[in-house]
Design a binder for this molecule. Sequence first.
Ligand SMILES: *Cc1c(COP(=O)(O)O)cnc(C)c1O
Length: 417
Amino acid sequence: MNDHSPRTTGSRVPDDAPDDAPEEALYDALAAAPDDRIVYDLSGIERRYRRLRHELPDVAVRFALKACPVDEVIEHLARLGAGADAASPRELAQARRAGVPADLTHYGNTVKSDQDIADAHRLGIRTFATDNSEDLAAIAAHAPGARVYCRLATSGAGALWGLSHKFGCPPGDAVRLLTAAGDLGLVPAGLSVHVGSQQMTADAWSEALDLLATTLTELLRRGIAPDHINLGGGLPALGCLDRYGNPLDPPLDKIFAVLREGVGRLRRIHGGPLAFVMEPGRHLVADSGAVRARVVRLARRRAPDGRVRHWLYLSCGKFNGLYESDALQYRLRFPTHPGGERIPAVVAGPTCDSDDAWDHDDRALVAVPRALASGDPVWVLSSGAYATSYLTQGFNGFAPLPHSCVAGTGRTAADHR
Ligand SMILES: *Cc1c(COP(=O)(O)O)cnc(C)c1O
């Protein structure tokens, strides 16, 4: 049974929050919220961004918009100098409206129609991802002269969500595609990888960097010198729990060390100017967003096998803000029940879909206050990544969650330990 309650009750800010935790302003906003919503702490996002730039000073950041397609967040990151990784003409247009310059935005999706490519070209986008010759020919036809980079396939091992099957190609194909790009009047501009989302191992990065080194070496041997490497996304959230409620504790410092070493190694192989970009999504926003939900019901139910268990039905589930409970748990806070008896429960969302539940395994039960009543507020922490993008239009009539943003006061959770 996982006790998601804070270990101390002095401050409303949980003492198990990650080091660069959200500011008190986030908890103030959750406490003041009149209805269900997701709240983003822009200062927390900014701190993550600045830390990333500090750890990897040679790597430019292009925020993967799908992790949080919220105007205020994109605008805030744009003001800090971040670019954008966009996956459709609408995302490209959103980045533009939010103030991200076209030359800091790329079309990072290998899946696009002729019309998508033409629309992107019209929006001033000049850099496109690819991993197949049909897409490459379409880029040459509808975005003549564009810069293309080829995505290398990775195994996705070590990630909570591997992105292996749908994207990328082996090194030999990448070399052929970038060679063909030149013949088609395109600029063979770079290589990319994505090690899988919420990647939990530094080894996955080592392997990806090895793959990049091998491919880069072969490209150079053929007289093709790319100008940049795109290290993709995959950097982890720090405050989420695994599907059984254990802290994930990703080796972030080790990951950064591997990346710094890799950047140096690839630059030495290249010998000329080689730029690096990265497309973090989750890492920048996950821990600075939280959902304010409500208790629908804490109920006791007998299963067909005779077993009796408690179920905590929340007003938010897979279809209105917490889609990723397929692979992880979120830390829960019950602000109206800081103490009192706890009982183990399965946590589930409000809809008539049986997938709308956290893991049912006995190891995944969550300790919840026995005294919870319908309507009591529940805070779902570190739920800022992919929350808004996975909102449905109103599955079973449960409306998409509204959002709001707060800017902190400088008082962080860490100050209150
Ligand atoms: C989703 C995605 C990202 C962001 O991934 P995270 O794991 O959230 O960092 C980056 N690049 C591409 C191409 C993506 O599709």
